[in-house]
Design a protein. Structure first.
Length: 207
């Protein structure tokens, strides 16, 4: 089993990375492989709502990591998205990556456990955490929880290491995700399959 981990911070070894590493180490200890995608310094465009992805399953922009991420997530069993908090929300690369990676193409992600982790200096963590979880709950992805909302405090790795409760929250998240992945696998072996989706009823309240 494999979990894809996305780091939206421009700092390769910053506080967000520390949080993801804490989660990943527990997954690896449970025999689950992890793969880290560092996207925080990349030039990732926003979605232009061209809708072409509805035909192809991929974004028309091929010069950034979004399509690679789509393939990696299709192949993975679980997802953890890490973002630094910028103005009380996930940062721009993370939002652009997820907008384009999820819009009209999230069906293959259904029933893959997902979690978000956020790092802030002081405030805006739970708003950012809520925002990220919205991608998962609209895509039928079970959200993995921890012992607290998944946030850490720190402007850098050194400060992050002082947030002992934050680190524990990350370790617990890793343990919980490993447990859920194994439960899902055991369920599959026992013939318990995910429910078949109903045909989507789309209503737009425009008048
Ligand atoms: C543009 C920008 C906006 C930020 N906004 C917030 C904020 O709203 N709340 C907060 O606590 N920290 C804020 N910060 C601080 C970062 O969240 C903090 O440095 C981050 O946790 C560092 O993670 P990293 O080392 O993985 O980059 C902001 C930083 C930048 C660069």
């Amino acid at each position: 089993m494999k979990v894809l981990m996305i780091n939206g911070s421009p700092h390769l070894k910053g506080s967000t990375f520390c949080a993801l590493r804490d989660v990943g180490e527990r997954l690896e200890a449970a025999g689950i492989e992890t793969e880290l995608m560092q996207i925080g310094s990349m030039d990732i465009r926003g979605c232009i709502a061209c809708m072409k992805c509805a035909e192809t399953g991929y974004c028309i922009f091929k010069d950034d990591p979004v399509n690679e991420g789509i393939d990696k997530l299709r192949a993975a069993d679980g997802l953890v998205v890490g973002s630094p908090v910028y103005y009380a929300g996930p940062n721009a690369p993370v939002c652009a990556f997820l907008d384009r990676g999820f819009f009209l193409k999230s069906a293959p992600y259904a029933f893959k456990p997902a979690a978000s982790v956020v790092s802030c200096r002081r405030g805006g963590a739970s708003a950012s955490f809520d925002r990220l979880n919205k991608y998962f709950t609209i895509a039928r992805m079970p959200i993995v929880s921890s012992q607290y909302w998944n946030s850490v405090h720190g402007n850098n790795a050194e400060e992050n290491r002082q947030d002992l409760e934050g680190a524990q929250t990350m370790r617990t998240l890793g343990d919980n995700m490993a447990w859920l992945l194994k439960c899902i696998e055991a369920g599959k072996q026992a013939g318990i399959n995910p429910p078949a989706p109903e045909k989507w009823i789309a209503t737009n309240f425009i008048r």
